[in-house]
Design a binder for this molecule. Structure first.
Ligand SMILES: Cc1ncc(COP(=O)(O)O)c(C=O)c1O
Length: 253
C-alpha cells in the first residue's frame, strides 16, 4: 500500500487523524482490476476519478493523474497473478494506492439481491464515486444479500449499491441510462461495446422494475453476475445473451 507514494510500512505513510476522509467519510475512489497483469481501463477510471474529485473539491491535476497511473502500474506489477487495485483520494488531499491478489471466483458468480427505495441526493449525484457508503453497505448486510438494487420513485431500477444493472427483455440487452442517477460503470460501457460488437440489440433506457428473461449486476470485480435471487424469490439469472456478451467482453479485455 502506498500513501502519497510512500510505502505505509516505512513509517512515512501516515494519514492525519483529522483528514476529512476519516472524519467525514469524504473521499473519492476507483476500483480496478488487471487482465493479463495489466490494469484495465486506466484512462477511463482516472477520468471518472478526476470528475469525482473536482465535484467534491478535492485537488486534481494532470501531474496527479500521471503519478497515479505510474503507481497503479507499479502496484500491479508487484502482484504475481491478477490483481485488484484501489486508488483513493481523501478530502485532505492525500492519495492511497493499494493492490491485492484478485479473487477470480467473484467474476460472473451468481448474486442474491433485494430491492429497496432509492433516495435521491441532489448534493451527491450518482455519477460521483465516493466513499460515503455506509448506508448502502448496511442495507445489503441487514437484508443478508450480496447487493441492493435501488428502485427510483418512477418505478425503475437505477443501479445496485456496487454495480450497474443489466436486463434482457424481448431478446434485447437493456441498462439504465447515464441520467445522473447512476455511476457510469467502466465495465457497463465495455459490456455495451462488447454487445454491439457481436450484434446483440442494446438499449440504454429507463428499466422498469419487473420480470425479465435475464438479470445481471455488472462491475469491475463481478463482470456480469447473474441475479439468482431477488427479494427472496428465484431470479431469472443468466441466459444466452448475457453469456455471449460476457464471453466477448472477456475476449476483448
Ligand atoms: C454504485 C456503483 N455503480 C456501478 C458500479 C460499477 O462500476 P465499474 O464497472 O466501473 O466497476 C460501481 C462500482 O463500484 C458502483 O459502486
Amino acid at each position: 500500500m502506498l500513501l502519497d507514494g510512500h510505502p505505509c510500512a516505512d513509517g512515512r505513510g501516515l494519514l492525519p487523524l483529522d483528514d476529512p476522509g476519516l472524519t467525514l467519510g469524504m473521499a473519492v475512489f476507483e476500483t480496478l482490476r488487471t487482465y493479463g497483469g495489466l490494469p484495465f481501463g486506466v484512462a477511463t477510471h482516472l477520468e471518472r476519478l478526476a470528475a469525482s474529485a473536482r465535484f467534491c473539491g478535492i485537488p486534481w491535476s494532470d501531474a496527479l493523474a500521471d503519478l497515479l497511473r505510474d503507481e497503479l502500474g507499479t502496484a500491479a506489477a508487484a502482484i504475481a497473478g491478477e490483481s485488484k487495485l484501489n486508488v483513493l483520494l481523501t478530502g485532505g488531499g492525500r492519495r492511497i494506492v493499494r493492490a491485492e491478489d484478485l479473487d477470480l471466483s467473484r467474476a460472473g458468480a451468481p448474486v442474491r439481491v433485494v430491492t429497496r427505495p432509492w433516495v435521491p441526493s441532489p448534493w451527491l449525484p450518482g455519477r460521483i464515486k465516493h466513499t460515503s457508503r455506509m448506508a448502502w453497505v448496511l442495507a445489503a448486510r441487514q437484508a443478508g444479500v450480496d447487493e441492493v438494487i435501488w428502485i427510483a420513485p418512477d418505478g425503475v431500477w437505477t443501479e445496485a449499491n456496487r454495480s450497474n444493472v443489466f436486463v434482457v427483455r424481448g431478446g434485447v440487452l437493456c441498462t439504465p441510462p447515464d441520467d445522473g442517477r447512476i455511476l457510469q460503470g467502466v465495465t457497463r460501457d465495455a459490456m455495451l461495446a462488447a454487445a454491439r460488437a457481436i450484434g446483440v440489440g442494446v438499449r440504454e433506457d429507463p428499466v422498469p422494475a419487473g420480470p425479465c428473461e435475464e438479470l445481471y449486476l455488472c462491475s469491475t470485480l463481478k463482470e456480469l453476475a447473474p441475479v439468482v435471487q431477488i427479494d427472496g424469490y428465484p431470479g431469472p439469472g443468466a441466459g444466452p445473451i448475457g453469456a455471449a456478451v460476457l464471453a466477448e467482453f472477456r475476449r476483448r479485455a
